[in-house]
Design a protein around this ligand. Structure first.
Ligand code: F6P
Length: 556
């Protein structure tokens, strides 16, 4: 399937014309169309999604839906769900949706029954999680495990840590998960310094099992564990005792089980997945093993059901009601026609504090591309910068720029009616104050405050303009009853599909990530220079050589 150049479609032309004469007037649109809220509010699974405070009119929506049709978004979606090789630069299927299909579904990918394979691995992950949680799986000295430490980076870290933080109230008492990702040795040091080695289990998660950061940290963790066990008198200082300790304190998650064995982890203690799962789409595979242990298999199964609910919505819902489709198209409207370079995601839920960081990999590694899937250079903007922080913290930091700055920054606001934290009466009032802020911000952004309103408050004329809020700042409000495992799965899948829609319209391959390779290779090549080889330093460009020399001169 060759990608369409979207700029050649009639819908792109129509949107260009609409953008030229576009005068945002959210307040006026609400006045003129009393049904606007209903017309632009949708449900997808447990999510209530209100698009009515966006810079969206019926004409724009219709043209965007035409654009989706003319660029073949639905066909590409169907090809993805069918396990076709839509990741063309790596010649791979893109089948993360298969990870959450129920066991009685069937899908053949590359000649294999993918759903059966998924459920076989899930059963092993669940059995492992049950054994750890019940105390049946013990460390070397027979004590149960109380801390699992996930070692991974990128997709093998951001999803698990985000979901762990989001679902903290579901973590079993007395149990903890930690996450080591950065090759900065302080990450490993900080995360292990107060750990009891006899009660710690490491999960080394790496799709490729070649990632420098992860393998370096895994080696460091192994050294720390064995040293600490010997010092604690839990094992003898012999190779056999150490091998036994690794078997009890290390498991792995990877698509490359041969490399897991080379590293010294018994393949019996490894959980596999497949090259048709992209790293940034893998939290719902065995990469989520730390979650299955910390939250329990039942909660993990609910998490997967949430994803599947959104997958079905995306596959089966009429385009005009299809939330991921509409949100992805809106992002295209803002990016390509109204010139928005960034997009904010603002969860009003402290538990979602890692959600924007997670979305940054999902969206920007997927859609940060400059050529189409057929290799032709794009002539239009692609992936916008995603960023954000939980409200209300962000309100006291960067919202000023959203309200009164010169850039258009579309923003998604996310909130939950009932907190998962058990509230006292006092906390309940506080929760209402919190949600009051959520409602107030989208209202202020949409409707602003005019100069006349500012004057009517008795404001001196010379500061009136500084106190005007222009309004017409677009927001999407997403609400759900509570942040449950299922709702989190729905939210993640929503953003996966939004990302897909944008990439499909742009005709790019959203599933490769060649852009991260050059820096990785250069980091390896720089090894001798960093270690002080003068010839290697001199061979660098002048700036890099000066930086390396600065390091050599100042290290202690
Ligand atoms: O370098 C980028 C990347 O390949 C991501 O796409 C991936 O999620 C991350 O590195 C980690 O890769 P792995 O799971 O193979 O260790």
């Amino acid at each position: 399937m060759r990608p369409v150049d979207p700029t050649t479609t009639p819908a792109w032309g129509r949107l260009t014309t609409l953008a030229e004469g576009f005068t945002p007037d959210i307040a006026g649109w609400f006045d003129a169309q009393p049904t606007r809220t209903d017309d632009y509010s949708f449900t997808a699974g447990d999510l209530y999604v209100d698009l009515s405070k966006n810079l969206l009119t019926d004409e724009v929506r219709d043209a965007l839906l035409d654009l989706a049709e003319q660029t073949g978004v639905a066909q590409l979606r169907d090809a993805m769900y069918a396990g076709k090789h839509i990741n063309v630069t790596e010649d791979r299927a893109v089948a993360h949706t298969a990870l959450r299909r129920p066991a009685d579904d069937a899908l053949t990918i590359d000649g294999e029954d993918a759903v059966a394979a998924v459920h076989q691995v899930l059963e092993r992950v669940y059995a492992f999680a049950r054994a750890v949680r019940s105390g049946e799986w013990t460390g070397v000295d027979g004590q149960s495990i109380t801390t699992v430490v996930n070692i991974g980076i990128g997709g093998s870290d951001l999803g698990p840590v985000m979901a762990y933080e989001a679902l903290k109230p579901y973590v079993a008492d007395g149990f903890e998960a930690r996450f080591i990702s950065n090759i900065d040795p302080t990450d490993l040091g900080e995360k292990t310094k107060d750990l009891d080695p006899t009660r710690t289990l490491f999960i080394v998660a790496s799709k490729t099992f070649t990632t420098l950061e992860t393998l370096t940290n895994a080696r460091g963790a192994k050294a720390w564990l064995l040293d600490a066990l010997v010092k604690a008198g839990a094992i003898d200082d012999t190779d056999e005792a150490k091998r036994d300790a690794v078997a009890k304190h290390f498991v792995a998650v990877s698509t490359a089980l041969d490399k897991v064995a080379e590293f010294g982890i018994d393949p019996a203690n490894a959980f596999g997945f497949w090259n048709w799962v992209g790293g940034r789409y893998s939290v719902d595979s065995a990469v989520g093993t730390a979650l299955a242990v910390a939250l329990g298999p039942e909660a993990f199964a609910e998490f997967l059901e949430g994803f599947h609910t959104m997958d079905r919505h995306f596959a089966e819902t009429d385009p005009a009601q299809n939330v991921p489709l509409l949100m992805g198209l809106l992002n295209v409207w803002y990016r390509n026609f109204l010139g928005a370079p960034t997009h904010a995601v603002l969860p009003y839920a402290q538990y979602l504090h890692r959600f924007p960081a997670y979305l940054q990999q999902l969206t920007m590694e997927s859609n940060g591309k400059r050529v189409r899937a057929d290799g032709a250079e794009v002539t239009y903007d692609t992936g916008e910068v995603f960023w954000g922080e939980p409200g209300t913290n962000g309100q006291h930091a960067f919202y000023q720029l959203i309200h009164q700055g010169t850039q258009l920054i579309p923003a998604d606001f996310i909130a939950f009616a009932t907190p998962t934290w058990a509230l006292s009466d006092v906390d309940a009032d506080q929760h209402e104050l919190f949600l009051g802020n959520f409602f107030a911000q989208t209202k202020a952004l949409a409707f602003g405050k005019t100069a006349d309103e500012v004057r009517a408050e008795g404001t001196p004329e010379h500061i009136v303009s500084a106190r005007v809020f222009p309004g017409n700042k677009p927001t999407t409000s997403i609400m759900a009853p509570a942040l449950t495992p299922s709702v989190l799965g729905q939210l993640i899948a929503l953003y996966e599909h939004i990302t897909f829609v944008q990439g499909a319209v742009w005709g790019i391959d959203s599933f490769d990530q060649w852009g991260v390779e050059l820096g990785k290779a250069m980091a390896k090549d720089l090894g001798p220079a960093v270690a002080g080889d003068e010839a290697a330093i001199a061979a660098q460009d002048p700036s890099t050589a000066a930086l390396v020399r600065y390091y050599r001169a100042h290290r202690r």
